[in-house]
Design a protein around this ligand. Structure first.
Ligand code: NCD
Length: 329
């Protein structure tokens, strides 16, 4: 595996399966009364958040603490960034404090890649969402959730599974990271959106495109709903919210058109009444809350493999190692 996780396009099938299988081992921990491993004891991880976040930030923090890392939370609000400090000077400051890894969320697409390609930081850079570009750990937790529901056992990819990603693809870093990862894992991806919410050049992406949600539903194993990202919109992309919901919103009637085994996913935050009704959001087929729980295991796996997992990556896990995921079983 590379030193950084900036894009799912950088992950080979073997890398992706290693992360998912490691997360599967680590998930055993969450059922224990003591949920900690000493693996990252003495390592410092900085969470550098320039954009709002509920799930991703807390999930990374829980994952880091469960691996016993020293955690520093840094948000742009209330820091010298609001006084005009640059990303470079912020990074140099974190390096001076001995950060072994930086988890970064930034409103500018490309900010994590800039950090990873610089000599400002010596540790690993993990992208926790950059602008409309990528959100790799979200895609990994989505793949983990799909695999748990649709594929028996570890070591398997998602060959032949059909995933529909519905809504504001244009502004979605979740959709971009998912299309790379899911196709690497062998799944067939269909984007469903109004033409105004699809990126230019979509025909060159490794996916199908449809404007008709009802036609796609019966052929779907996992349906991923996306939030309409109003904060990134500077124009009217559809006539009214009501019309958007009518054509692209998930409701009870549409849920009945899905195959019986199919799941409805959402990365959160959900806007109930817009892209998803309360009936669907609260139904047992909706995995939104389970995705959050899976996010902790997946982020632990990423941190473990980037920061402390050389032994695990090179050799089969030794169950006698108390700091290995195997020991969590
Ligand atoms: C997503 C994000 O921030 O990109 N949320 C998340 O990380 N769980 C999606 C969104 O904001 O709609």
């Amino acid at each position: 595996m590379k030193r950084h996780l900036v894009s799912t396009a950088d992950l080979s099938r073997d890398d992706a399966l290693l992360i998912l299988d490691t997360a599967e081992e680590l998930a055993h921990l969450s059922g224990r009364s003591v949920k900690k491993l000493p693996t990252l004891r003495g390592r410092t991880v900085v969470n550098l958040f320039f954009e709002d976040s509920t799930r991703t930030k807390t999930s990374f923090e829980v994952a880091e603490k469960r691996l016993s890392a020293d955690v520093i939370n840094f948000s742009a609000k209330g820091s010298s960034v609001s006084k005009g400090e640059s990303l470079k000077d912020t990074a140099l400051t974190l390096q001076a404090m001995g950060a072994d890894a930086v988890v970064i969320r930034h409103h500018a697409s490309g900010a994590p890649a800039r950090l990873a390609g610089s000599d400002w930081l010596h540790g690993s850079v993990i992208n926790a969402g950059d602008g409309t570009h990528e959100h790799p750990t979200q895609a990994l937790l989505d793949a983990f959730t799909i695999r748990r529901h649709l594929n028996p056992g570890t070591g398997h990819d998602l060959a032949g599974r059909r995933v529909a990603i519905v809504g504001d693809v244009l502004h979605s870093r979740v959709a971009r990271s998912n299309v790379h990862l899911l196709t690497t894992l062998g799944a067939e991806v269909t984007f469903v959106a109004p033409p105004t919410l699809l990126p230019i050049g979509i025909e060159n992406w490794p996916c199908q495109v449809s404007y008709d949600l009802d036609a796609v539903l019966p052929k779907t194993d996992a349906l991923m709903m996306l939030r309409v990202q109003r904060e990134r919109m500077n124009a009217a992309f559809f006539p009214t919210e009501r019309e958007y919901s009518r054509r692209y919103g998930m409701n009870g009637i549409r849920m009945a058109q899905l195959p019986e085994h199919a799941i409805v996913m959402h990365p959160g935050p959900m806007v109930r009444g817009m892209e998803i009704t309360a009936e669907v959001a609260d139904s047992p087929r909706c995995t939104a809350v389970e995705q959050v729980a899976n996010g902790v295991s997946v982020r632990m796996a990423v941190l473990y493999l980037l920061l402390g997992g050389a032994v695990f990556a090179d050799a089969p896990a030794d169950a006698s190692r108390t700091d290995s995921p195997e020991a969590a079983k």
